[in-house]
Design a protein around this ligand. Structure first.
Ligand SMILES: Cc1cc2nc3c(=O)[nH]c(=O)nc-3n(C[C@H](O)[C@H](O)[C@H](O)COP(=O)(O)OP(=O)(O)OC[C@H]3O[C@@H](n4cnc5c(N)ncnc54)[C@H](O)[C@@H]3O)c2cc1C
Ligand SMILES: *[C@@H]1O[C@H](CO)[C@@H](O)[C@H](O)[C@H]1NC(C)=O
Length: 508
């Protein structure tokens, strides 16, 4: 039997999570539609493109449910406030090529959207062309021996897992089912990464539409090997991927769930996290330690609004004593149980959409100093000082084990490169009311940057694109930045993907 204070904490936690996720806190937060007027040239080009493609492939601004769904289904509601002149829904690589050619011929602004989870405004467009990949949904085994997967970018990880996991295998993909395939182009941290590397390390080939509209297949050893390596973590700067070919890995019973701690235990959990990062050698063990503060509505009974939520996965039925250092610390909730990999990807339903505007930063951190603890102490102060101004503030410790960097190297290396693990990618993520006035948004971002920079960062470790802040120079921190620059100059000499499309800072 649960004691009643415990139950109160538990219900407060779950109610807050559920409210945030199920969109009830800010019932009126969705933006009213304020269509930007697209310029005449873009409108004209959209109409021309409409006539070049089969019926229903291009929807103009404001027309029809397709357009509204594309604009609404972003994780960050700030992206949902941007209104493209038209949305294109290509259904195969050839149609993507037609769209790219039209964009290039007319020098249009554009954006590419897969699952729509980018925290910055990098998969939305205000007044340009949005290429929405949602109709590219094929998935199948790519070979007779069923060791390679093929899936298209309109699939979310949930769709990919639903197809492969029942057959005993899975691609190495996102930890949360509702996230999209763009995760892999940004590197892609998986619960399986300690065994198999980042998602991008498992690419065997990529089908890519280049800036001139040509359709190529890039692999580690063909003439497009520079493009291939650049796409292993370099994001949207080089082309549009229309098909992923990736290694499949065996997966069976998986132990997964969350463990929740109240604030009085934070120091111990952070210590356990640091110890885990520096000493764990069991490649089947995965954690994310998320230090979370809800900026509104503390539970009236408990007055609690801050927690640590530990995401915990073991790639096997029984973790043995691997996580005892965590579970020996008093906690208020433990949902862990044995199931399959699909269950692990759905253990918290936070993946599909949210009600907030977001701002994210990444801090690359070696372990063995007290900075993990210092950052959390500073976070405690920040989250109290800013109560009422944000929805959720979270500092997430994602271990990069030595085995991850070993696996990346064994797979031929990726765009990130960098030193051997272990270290931590700390994701500092802030969610706020998307209707907040621009100056208040900016003030929040500035104070979040200040918190981010309140500890020294390890500059020799790559910053992680998937957690990137738009002010951070992410790709510049990658070992393969010179290769990426050369790749861009070679395949996209006029810089279509770099100049006409939002994305991480990049200069050729
Ligand atoms: C709830 C949640 C959980 C997350 N969990 C993880 C995690 O476990 N591991 C991790 O590594 N990251 C994680 N992330 C970060 C995530 O990887 C990034 O947000 C990623 O950009 C999501 O991809 P997407 O397809 O959903 O987003 P989108 O916003 O559609 O795309 C992301 C970026 O990639 C580009 N892009 C997408 N598809 C293509 C394509 N086919 N060709 C060219 N460019 C393309 C877009 O232009 C955009 O810049 C998570 C994010 C959220 C919100
Ligand atoms: C993203 O776009 C929204 C809507 O236009 C805007 O409010 C927000 O400030 C933008 N974010 C950034 C980082 O520019």
């Amino acid at each position: 039997m649960m004691k009643s204070p415990v139950r109160a904490v538990l219900s407060a936690t779950l109610a807050l999570i559920a409210a945030f996720l199920l969109n009830t806190i800010l019932a009126d937060a969705r933006s009213s539609y304020e269509f930007r007027r697209a310029d005449a040239a873009t409108k004209k080009a959209c109409n021309a493109l409409r006539s070049q493609l089969p019926f229903g492939r291009v929807t103009n601004q404001g027309l029809g449910p397709d357009y509204l769904v594309s604009v609404q289904t972003y994780y960050s509601q700030l992206q949902a406030k941007r209104f493209p002149a038209c949305v294109a829904y290509p259904q195969n690589a050839q149609e993507v090529s037609t769209v790219v050619k039209a964009i290039k011929a007319n020098n249009l602004q554009f954006a590419v959207k897969a699952g729509g989870h980018q925290f910055n405004n990098w998969s939305s467009s205000d007044g340009g062309v949005l290429i929405d990949l949602q109709r590219l949904t094929a998935k199948r085994f790519d070979d007779e021996s069923k060791q390679v997967a093929y899936f298209e970018p309109g699939n979310r990880w949930r769709d990919v897992y639903a197809y492969f996991v029942p057959q005993g295998v899975t691609p190495v993909g996102g930890r949360i089912g509702g996230v999209g395939s763009g995760l892999a182009l940004g590197g892609g941290l998986s619960y399986l990464s300690a065994e198999h590397g980042l998602a991008c390390d498992t690419f065997t080939a990529l089908d890519v539409v280049l800036a001139d509209g040509s359709i190529v297949k890039a692999t580690a050893d063909n003439e497009y090997k520079d493009l291939f390596k650049s796409l292993k973590g370099g994001g949207n700067r080089f082309g549009i991927v229309t098909g992923y070919h990736t290694k499949l890995v065996p997966v069976g019973k998986v132990y997964s769930g969350i463990v929740i701690y109240t604030q009085d235990q934070w120091e111990k959990v952070i210590k356990a996290t640091s110890d885990f990062v520096s000493t764990n050698t069991d490649k089947k063990a995965a954690i994310i330690t998320t230090v979370d503060s809800f900026g509104i509505l503390p539970d009236p009974t408990t007055k609690l609004n801050s927690f640590i939520i530990l995401f915990n996965v073991y790639n096997g039925a029984d973790p043995g004593t691997t996580f005892d250092a965590f579970t020996n610390i008093p906690h208020v909730l433990d949902t862990r149980s044995t199931g399959d990999y699909i269950k692990a990807a759905e253990m918290v339903d936070i993946g599909t959409i949210s009600q907030g505007g977001f701002y994210s930063n990444v801090v690359p951190l070696k372990v063995g100093s007290d900075r993990e603890q210092t950052l959390v102490n500073n976070f405690k102060v920040w989250s109290k000082e800013h109560i009422g101004q944000y929805i959720l503030a979270t500092v997430d410790y994602q271990p990069i084990a030595k085995s991850i960097t070993d696996a990346s190297r064994a797979a031929g290396g990726n765009a990130l490169g960098g030193p051997e693990g272990p270290y931590i990618f700390v994701n500092m993520l802030l969610a706020f009311d998307p209707n907040l006035a621009a100056d208040k948004q900016e003030a929040l971002r500035a104070s979040w940057d200040k918190l981010t920079n309140s500890i020294p960062h390890d500059e020799d470790i790559p910053k992680f694109l998937n957690d990137a802040g738009f002010r951070q120079n992410i790709l510049q921190s990658y070992e393969q930045y010179p290769l990426m620059q050369a790749t861009s100059r070679k395949y996209d000499p006029t810089g279509l993907f770099v100049k006409n499309q939002p994305g991480p800072n990049f200069s050729t």
